[in-house]
Structures are given as C-alpha cells and as structure tokens.
Design a protein around this ligand. Structure first.
Ligand SMILES: *Cc1c(COP(=O)(O)O)cnc(C)c1O
Length: 440
C-alpha cells in the first residue's frame, strides 16, 4: 500500500483476527488467553489488578483504517487520550500512525518515543495554553485544530513571538446529532466544542490578513462511541460544503480532519471490525468525493478498546439480603467507565468453574456505590482467589485511572506475537508520596 508516498508492505492477515477480541479460551480447562499467552500466568507473574493489551490487535486495527483509505492521501492520527501508554504509541508510530493530542503532555509522550512523528501530529482540545501552543509550534506539527476565535488570536500571537507560521484548522461544529452517551456527544450547537459552522467562513477570511497564520485545514469531531456510519457521513458532507465555499473565496485547504468516534460493540464477541471500518470509510468517501487534499482521521477507542482487558482477583463473595456481591481487587479508580458513563463491560472468569451461573454484582472495594463493574450479571460460580477479566478495557481505562483511596495503579502488559512484556510497572507507595510535602 502507499502511505505518505512510501510503499509499505502489510501482511494481510485473515479477517477473523480483526473481528473481535484477542481474548479466548483455547481449550476447555486451560483458561482465558490473550493470543498465545495465559492470563493466569500473567497474573502470577505481574500481580493484579493488571491491564493486558494485545499489540497484535492494535496493529491490525490500525491497518484496517490504513487499507480502507488507501485510495486517497490520508493519515490515521491515533487519539492519544484513549490510551497513552508509551509502548502503544511507539507500536503505532512504527507502523506509520500520526497522533491526535489534546494537551502538551500528550505531545511530550509522542516526542519521547517517536520524535520523528512530530510532523504527524494534530492538536485538538477546547482550551490550549500558551506554553502548550509553543511546544507544538516548535515541534512543527501538522496543524492546530482551533476551537474558538480567542484561541486563534492566541495562536497568532504565539506564532509571531516564536517567528513560526502556525498552520490551523477550524474545528467546526456541524450541528449533527450522534446517538451516544450524552457525556461523549460533542457535535451539536449546544455543546462546548468547536465553532459554529455558519461562522467559519468569516473567520477563515479574517485570518487571511495575518502573516503568522496559514489556513491549512478544517476539522470536525462529533463524539465518541458512535456505532452508525451515517452521522460521520453527514458531518463530513457539511465540512465538504464549507471547503467548496472557501475555495471559491480563494482559500484552498490542504486537509480535512474527520475526527474520531467510531464505536465498538461492548456486548458481544461477534463484532466484525473490518466491516465496521469499511462502512465508516464508505460514508466518509461518499461525502468527501470532491476533495483532493489529505484526509486525517482520529480514531482512539476503535484501535485499542477491544485489545485490552483488566484482570482482577476476587477478594470475597458476599451475600447481602437477596444480592450477591463479588468483590474484586480492581476498583473504579482503575476503570471508571461503568461509574462515569453507565458503561457495560463483559466480564469472564479466567478459569471458569463448573456449575450454574448466578446473578451477582461485580464491585470494587471502594466506599462508593458507583464502584461497580456489573450489576445483576449472570456469572459462572466465583470463589475468593479466582481471577476475572473485565473485557474491552483498552480504551479510557488506564488513561482515566486515578489514585483515589490511595490505591496504586495497575501494571500494564503488552502481548505481541506470543510474547508478553511489562510496559508499565505497578506503582509503589514511594511513587505516590513523592510529590507531597509534609509540613513541620
Ligand atoms: C476523544 C477524541 C477523539 C477520539 O475519540 P474515540 O471515540 O476514542 O475514537 C478524536 N478526536 C477528538 C478531537 C477527540 O476529542
């Protein structure tokens, strides 16, 4: 395939390898595996709670997008916020990915593992500081996705100060409804994100007089965990219309950034990732047929969510009235999605016991009713000491973890080609206490 003008040979692995999750039971009695690696073995080696990721699946998902858009100049800019582990950024950078960052810190991460990828970075986010803008100007990123006129003025001021021309794209708000959780829907006029698409033309024209600004592109991002391709097509259609209007005004944009947001199926193992990406690409291509510049896309969740599981140990099984609670050593500080978005995660016993499934709540030890992973879930019998795998935890899991309750964050392991390697050691109390100052 052609990618950034270079010929890259990709191994076309069977579609089944990209279809759902890398976690499976190879044979009865052997327990749950990530690829060729036993989760039981990993838990013994590295302890629990433990995040386990399949690097093979992440690479395969990236190549699904790269192949789907190979007919045009494009760049897949992985949304770093979904999972910012350095080893994962490196894996993606090595395979030609760019990055969508939302902070200076995320840029520092990219620069730490793949300085050569600085020229493949776009900077999104509704509020950027002068220091963050300076960092990105010096790194010579592709473009800043600018979300307000105030931000554009700040960008121009920093560019002038550093004597570096700033390439910008306006992040427009297309007023398209995306059916997802309200906390992660961003494409309506009532949301804080982006610039009203009806005002964009005037702002591009206004920026034309500033020699430190270059109108480079336009961007849109309508939300996250969007399952249907239709709203992506609708949003890009509106963007394409704006691109046409700008062209007639003599402003020729070099890039269209269609954002991220393609969702996965948290409920089932039978999910055809390749078909989903093909459908998504078709919707975008249809709406963007007349555009000859570079297409940028910013998938986060779709690349990493299903590649990851959070492995936890059962501490206790306790009955309170009619309810049975399975209490694990993982908690909401390790994976907050159920508490924050009422999110569903399938949970599998690492070594299923024989016997009838029982309806239980799977919860963490934190003193908050929001500290749960599943309510009223039928689970095979579980005993203290058993391991469970909370699936589809690769995106917005570790990335949103905290030290609430003075809990040490989990270790992380990356599995590639049958080999498991530690990519982040478990935190220690010394790590946690290091920034604190005790007063005499
Ligand atoms: C969060 C975000 C993404 C990634 O969203 P996913 O749902 O993880 O694909 C992409 N672009 C922007 C601007 C974002 O804020």
């Amino acid at each position: 395939m052609f990618f950034q003008g270079k010929l890259i040979v990709t191994s076309h692995s069977s579609p089944s390898s990209s279809s759902s999750r890398p976690f499976h039971y190879p044979q009865p009695g052997r327990g749950l595996y990530c690829g060729k690696v036993s989760l039981d073995g990993l838990a013994r080696r590295f302890g629990t709670p433990l995040y386990v990721y399949s690097g093979d699946q992440i690479a395969e998902r990236l190549s699904l997008f790269q192949r789907a858009f190979e007919g045009r100049e494009h760049l897949v800019c992985y949304a770093v916020k979904a999972n910012s582990a350095l080893a994962i950024l490196k894996l993606l950078a090595d395979r030609g990915a760019g990055f969508d960052i939302v902070s200076g810190g995320e840029l520092e991460r990219v620069l730490a593992v793949a300085p050569e990828a600085a020229g493949r970075v776009v900077f999104s986010g509704a509020g950027k500081t002068a220091a963050e803008i300076d960092l990105a100007l010096n790194a010579n990123i592709i473009e800043f996705n600018v979300e307000s006129e105030v931000e554009l003025a700040l960008l121009a001021a920093r560019a002038r100060k550093l004597k570096r021309k700033a390439r910008f794209a306006l992040r427009v708000n297309p007023d398209v409804f995306a059916d997802t959780h309200p906390y992660i829907s961003t494409g309506l006029r009532e949301h804080k994100f982006g610039i009203d698409i009806r005002k964009a033309l005037g702002i591009y024209k206004g920026a034309g007089g500033n020699r430190w600004l270059e109108a480079h592109g336009v961007s849109v991002h309508i939300g996250s965990q969007i399952r249907s391709a239709q709203p992506f097509g609708a949003a890009v259609k509106r963007v394409e219309k704006l691109v046409g209007q700008l062209k007639r005004e003599g402003i020729e944009l070099k890039s269209v950034d269609a954002g991220g947001g393609l969702g996965i199926d948290y409920h089932s193992g039978a999910f055809d990732a390749a078909a989903k990406v093909a459908e998504y690409a078709a919707a975008i291509e249809k709406s963007l047929a007349g555009f000859e510049g570079r297409l940028l896309i910013e998938p986060g969740r779709f690349l990493v969510a299903q590649a990851g599981a959070l492995v936890a140990k059962v501490l206790a099984v306790k009955r309170n009235g009619k309810k049975t609670f399975v209490i694990t050593d993982a908690a909401m500080n390790d994976l907050i999605r159920p508490a924050l978005y009422q999110a569903h995660h399938d949970i599998e016993p690492v070594k299923p016991r024989p016997g009838k499934a029982r309806v239980v709540d799977v919860v963490g030890p934190i003193c908050e009713s929001g500290d749960f992973f599943a309510h009223d879930r039928a689970m095979k019998p579980l005993e203290p000491g058993d391991l469970v795998a909370i699936l589809d935890a690769g995106a917005y899991g570790m990335a949103q973890s905290s030290n609430y309750n003075t809990r040490l964050r989990p270790a992380e392991v990356l599995v590639e080609g049958g080999k498991a390697r530690l990519i982040r050691r478990r935190e220690t109390m010394a790590d946690l206490l290091a920034p604190e100052i005790t007063l005499p």
